[in-house]
Design a protein around this ligand. Structure first.
Ligand SMILES: [Zn+2]
Length: 110
């Protein structure tokens, strides 16, 4: 990755962090406890509970992702940035552009 690509990537990471933070704020609103209010009815209450658990797992994913993005931003100062942490190969720029929080190449994921 050249300097220009790196600069672009840092910008992508920074904007992803902002996006993810906003999504987390929204999800946190959605996972607030459901009031024990008879007025919403049993079915809607079940829906609300289902949606809540979907949103809770989405929130957990987003928080993990934010964590990785923040780490990636920190790592971007490092010389090894963009290298696979497992095999040491350079991670293709296209992959980093698509998922900037990744620390492994396609071969080493999973
Ligand atoms: Zn690798």
């Amino acid at each position: 990755m050249n300097k220009k690509e790196k600069k672009k990537l840092v910008e992508i990471i920074a904007s992803r962090i902002e996006e993810t933070k906003e999504e987390i704020i929204e999800l946190k609103e959605l996972v607030k406890p459901i009031p024990l209010d008879a007025s919403i009815g049993r079915i809607s209450r079940m829906d609300a509970i289902n949606n809540k658990s979907i949103n809770e797992s989405a929130l957990r994913d987003k928080e993990k992702q934010l964590n990785k993005l923040e780490k990636a931003l920190e790592n971007s100062k490092d010389d090894n940035f963009g290298m696979c942490t497992k095999c040491g190969d350079e991670i293709p720029f296209g992959r980093l552009e698509y998922m900037p929080h990744t620390t492994r190449c396609v071969k080493c994921v999973g």
